[in-house]
Design a protein around this ligand. Structure first.
Ligand code: FRU
Length: 326
C-alpha cells in the first residue's frame, strides 16, 4: 500500500486561462496543502478536445494514481476516460461530464437546476411578456446542453414569453461578442439576455453599448465569481443584473480524491449548491467572500510558520547528529 505522500494525481483541465478555472486550481492547491507530499500533475488543454485526449494519454503513461478531469466536450473525451476507468484508475469528473457513467465520482453543481433557476428568475423579470436571447456555451460540452434544457423548463409557459434567439458563444467572451455584433436587429427587440456564463454576459453588455442600443435589456449570467472581473463585481456595478452561483468544486474534488485513494466510500454524485445572486444579495455575498478569503490567508500564514518550525527542527537534528558523530 502506498503512503499518502507518494500519491500522484493527474488533473486534465479543458482550459485553464479564465478566472473560473484559475479559482478552481487555487481551491485545489489549498486543499492539497493539507496532504503534504502528494503531487498534482496539471495539464491544460486550452479549449481543444483533441489536445485533451492526448494529454489524458500522457497522464495515463505516467502511472498516475487517480485522474481528475473536466472534459472540454462530452463525446470526444468519453473513450479515453472510459479506458482509464476500466483499467482500474479512479476517475473524478469535475464540472463538465463525459457521455458515459464510467467514472468513480462526479463533483459539481447540477447544471440542469442552474438553467431552471435562471429560467424562473427571468420569468420573474419579464412579468409575463418579452423576448429572450440565449447565449449558450460550447455546443458539445455538457453544461451547455443541461443549462439550455433547464432554462427552457424553468421559463413560465403561460403568457408571451419566448426565447426568440439562441446563439453559441462557446463559453468565450470574444466569440460571444463576435456573434452578438451580427444581431443588431434582434437586440433591438430583446428584453432579457441569458448567457450561460458571466464572460459571455459581459460581452453582451459591451456589445449593447457599442451598438448604441437604448432599450433596457436585462442580462443574466452564470458563475458569480468574487474578485476582480468576476460576476459579483459586475452585478454590483450594474454591468449585468444577476448571475447563478456556479461553485468550482476544486476543494471538493481534491478531498474526494483522497477519500477514494484512502479506500473510503464516496458518493458517485457530489452535487454542489447554487443560488441566484442579484442586487438584493450581492453585498452579503461580497462580505462573506471577504471574510472567507481573510481566513484563508490566516491559514496560509500558519502553514508557512509551521514549515519554518519544521525546517528549524530538522536543522537542529542535523546539528545533533553531527555532534554525536564527532
Ligand atoms: C469556465 C466556464 C465557466 C462555465 C463553465 C462550464 O471555463 O466556461 O464560465 O460556467 O466553464 O463548464
Amino acid at each position: 500500500k502506498k503512503k499518502e505522500t507518494e500519491y500522484v494525481i493527474g488533473f486534465s483541465q479543458c482550459v485553464g486561462s479564465d478566472l473560473w478555472r484559475k479559482t478552481m486550481l487555487e481551491e485545489m492547491k489549498m486543499e492539497l496543502s493539507l496532504h503534504p507530499g502528494a503531487r498534482l500533475v496539471y495539464k491544460d488543454a486550452n479549449n481543444s478536445s483533441s489536445k485533451q485526449i492526448a494529454q489524458v494519454g500522457e497522464l495515463l503513461k505516467m502511472n498516475i494514481d487517480l485522474l481528475i478531469i473536466s472534459p472540454n466536450e462530452a463525446r470526444p473525451l468519453t473513450p479515453i476516460v472510459d479506458q482509464a476507468y476500466s483499467s482500474g484508475i479512479p476517475v473524478v469528473v469535475i464540472d463538465r461530464k463525459t457521455s458515459s457513467s464510467g467514472y468513480t465520482a462526479y463533483v459539481g453543481a447540477d447544471n440542469y437546476q442552474i438553467g431552471k433557476m435562471a429560467g424562473q428568475y427571468v420569468s420573474g423579470l419579464l412579468k409575463g411578456k418579452g423576448n429572450i436571447m440565449e447565449i449558450m456555451g460550447l455546443p458539445g460540452s455538457s453544461p451547455t446542453v443541461e443549462r439550455e434544457r433547464g432554462f427552457a423548463h424553468g421559463l413560465k409557459k403561460t403568457g408571451n414569453i419566448k426565447i426568440s434567439h439562441q446563439i453559441y458563444g462557446d463559453w468565450l467572451k470574444s466569440h460571444a461578442a463576435r456573434e452578438l455584433l451580427k444581431m443588431r436587429n434582434a437586440l433591438d427587440a430583446t428584453d432579457v439576455i441569458f448567457a450561460h456564463n458571466d464572460q459571455m454576459a459581459s460581452a453582451a453588455s459591451e456589445v449593447i453599448s457599442k451598438l448604441g442600443i437604448k432599450r433596457k435589456i436585462s442580462i443574466v449570467g452564470v458563475d458569480a465569481l468574487p474578485g476582480q472581473g468576476g460576476g459579483l463585481q459586475m452585478i454590483d456595478s450594474k454591468v449585468i443584473d444577476a448571475s447563478m452561483l456556479y461553485p468550482t468544486g476544486g476543494r471538493e474534488a481534491i478531498s474526494t480524491a483522497f477519500r477514494i485513494l484512502g479506500k473510503e466510500s464516496v458518493l458517485k454524485e457530489n452535487i454542489l449548491q447554487s443560488v441566484v445572486i442579484d442586487s438584493s444579495n450581492v453585498q452579503l455575498m461580497k462580505l462573506q467572500w471577504n471574510k472567507f478569503s481573510s481566513q484563508q490567508r490566516d491559514i496560509e500564514r500558519q502553514q508557512s510558520l509551521l514549515y519554518e518550525q519544521r525546517s528549524l527542527f530538522q536543522n537542529q537534528q542535523v546539528i545533533l547528529n553531527v555532534t554525536i558523530v564527532t
